[in-house]
Design a protein around this ligand. Sequence first.
Ligand code: ATP
Ligand code: MG
Length: 156
Amino acid sequence: QPVNMVDIINRVASLFRPQAKEKELTLSLEVPRDLPSVYGDPDMLAQVLINLLDNAIKYTPPRGSITIRAMVLEDELRVEVEDTGIGIPAESLPRIFERFYRVDKARSRELGGFGIGLAIVKHIIRAHGGKIEVESTPGKGSLFYFTLPLAEPASP
Ligand code: ATP
Ligand code: MG
């Protein structure tokens, strides 16, 4: 079914507002009002954002910022979740989408979690014909972005 990602982004963002506020994190949205739809399961696509935002909040120290962006690039919808958090070492980047993989076991144990959030994200995005990628600099922050094919191809 056609899904409006703008609604999903707004819904998930408001779900996390209290948590962000508690950590004094700025949560901003840069999302155009009129984005074309994608095909998919709205609950699963919401789950993708929930897992990414959960990580962004968990791995960003107090008073940092998190930005969610959405845009159309060629024939795809691109959604980004960027944070100013602890970042991910380059050697770990190829593994973070694996089930049960967590950077730095000791530190992660404190923060809780099973290391499955990103594996679920990858699975859902692939099932929707999209791609998920990450860029990160330790100590500076991370940018996760995924693309999804548009429900209607853009007119020439
Ligand atoms: P779960 O999501 O199951 O509660 P988790 O958050 O540890 O546990 P994933 O969401 O799969 O697991 O993330 C895997 C690992 O990638 C994390 O343990 C963390 O080390 C790293 N990671 C994920 N997102 C970020 C982020 N935004 N900033 C820094 N590190 C991250
Ligand atoms: Mg997680």
